[in-house]
Design a protein around this ligand. Sequence first.
Ligand code: AMP
Length: 382
Amino acid sequence: MSALLPPVRIGILGGGQLGRMLALVARRMGYRVLVLDPTPDSPAGQVADRQIVAPYTDREAVYELARACDVLTFEFENVDPEAVRALQEAGRRVYPSAEALWISRNRLREKRFFRSLGLPTPPFAPVSSVDALREAVRQIGLPAILKTCEGGYDGKGQRLLRTPADVGAASEELLSSEREWILEAYVPFEREISVLVARRADGQIALYPVCENRHEDGILLETRFPARIPAPVARRARNYARRLAEGLRYVGLLALEMFLLPDGQIWLNEMAPRVHNSGHITWEAAYTSQFEQHLRAICGLPLGYTGARARGIMRNLIGPFDGARLHGLEALLEVPGVYWHWYGKSEVRRGRKMGHVTVIGPRWPVVERLLQQAWSRLTWRR
Ligand code: AMP
């Protein structure tokens, strides 16, 4: 397939911060951008050429977006895979594929797919009834995490089971829910890491250095790039990401989250068939950002160099309570080596990702000191 060169039109399903950063970079490269999102003036809509305001489930609107664009992509995985499949069958360029979306939408399907490629995961078992939960706990042991198979993100829809009493309480919840669940062993990881990989339709692959992530309550707080892990471990993590991208015959940028265990084993947690929060750091700390890389991959352009040009830490600005206001931006910007990102969301809500701060520098102690300085200048107030 021929390369899609600017100024062709790129359609993005989803108008959040990921779509916004994709749109900003697409426009820098000379592309035109259309966004579909139900909220008028969405973060991505603010920087796109045009936003179609409609629910994601509105197939007509999705088809309208596809007709108006030369290539269509997504900023999240809760897209109707059937609409994507129909567009692909109609010969439209839509990336990533309906299959990758379909697999990633369901944790059980996803973990089974990892295993089918010979990739290691934490022990897990499907849970669709109280009996199945009891059997799963017998197999896996405690502590364990019960997760909904679909619809959870940022730690939502998850429950840590430590004791038989927790299992009892979870059984009650199971009885009153129609949902499908998965029980996973609780992993006493040493670190959480992720790998970003991009693949083009002709099979060209580019792997990034490994990211190191810190979460709190299931939400990503901070990413370091590159991860402070031994080279053989990084090679293994990157190799898993390569095998996954090849196994899916993936097109675009894919993020793979993993647990690194104290004995050096790596277990796969989940994948995201899109640009990813842990990849924001590549905007400043890598030669090619994940956003540009995704666009290059879906447009059939040569993939960019993924090397780190500095050490960097990205920290998310997460709303501490509804209606909070952030103060201190001017003081923050006095700190050298600091980059500021704000997503333009209409209001601050508790747990909502509002923006992020990135600091890069030549050595970790420098980066840590500057981040500490920058961070201490920000305060959330009523
Ligand atoms: P997830 O939505 O599955 O990515 O989970 C969000 C976060 O919860 C992860 O990044 C971990 O910090 C934590 N977590 C999820 N699954 C497990 C597990 N099986 N063992 C330990 N921590 C987990």
